[in-house]
Write a protein of this length. Sequence first.
Length: 67
Amino acid sequence: MRSGSRLRPGVDRAVHQSGPRRLWGEVEAALRWWAGRGEPDHTRFGLTVAAEGQRVWLDDPDDSWVV
């Protein structure tokens, strides 16, 4: 599969994907998520490690997701 992406204005790249996961699609979704939250810097992210697993969060540990 080939898709174009525009991460920086005026810069086009071709991406070739294969395998069970569409990793570039995941990268694009993560970029949209990050941009939609005001492009937070790394100091606003946290990681909680517990016996049940690892969770990452932005600003509030109560609003986290599994990694």
